[in-house]
Design a protein around this ligand. Sequence first.
Ligand code: DQA
Length: 153
Amino acid sequence: KKILILNGPNLNLLGTREPALYGSTSLADVEAMCRAAAERLGYEAECFQSNWEGALIDKIHEYGRLFKQGEALGCVFNPAAFTHTSVALQDAIKGVDGLPVIECHISNVHAREPFRNHSWISPAAAGIVIGFGVQGYVIAMQGLVRTQDPDNP
Ligand code: DQA
């Protein structure tokens, strides 16, 4: 069964982008960490990053279908700046009706500029992990498995 690790705009620059806020680990390293964590939990991580809102929406739709077919457990999603702008991403998650999405932010968005305090994604999220750095992705995956597959050892 698959877990989608979905990353939004500018997260392809992870490691070199504002390292004081986001750390010095590259996206490739974060994705490798997620793949290893998924394997430990008995799952397969698919990692996808896009700077394009529509590509993220299409991926959510695809995983909505896989979830209904029993082939996906859920999704860990860092919508990056689209968190604060995208009604369309909230609608996509609500629209696929079922796919559990854990919203994840590397930095503590509540301790930053006021425009980062609001999330359009949170009303559609099954859970939220904020401020644990890139470890948050693994924590979100663990939370997803604990809640969606409680018998998982
Ligand atoms: C972010 C926080 C967002 O406000 C910002 O636009 C990002 C990254 C985070 O992971 O902390 O790009 O989602």
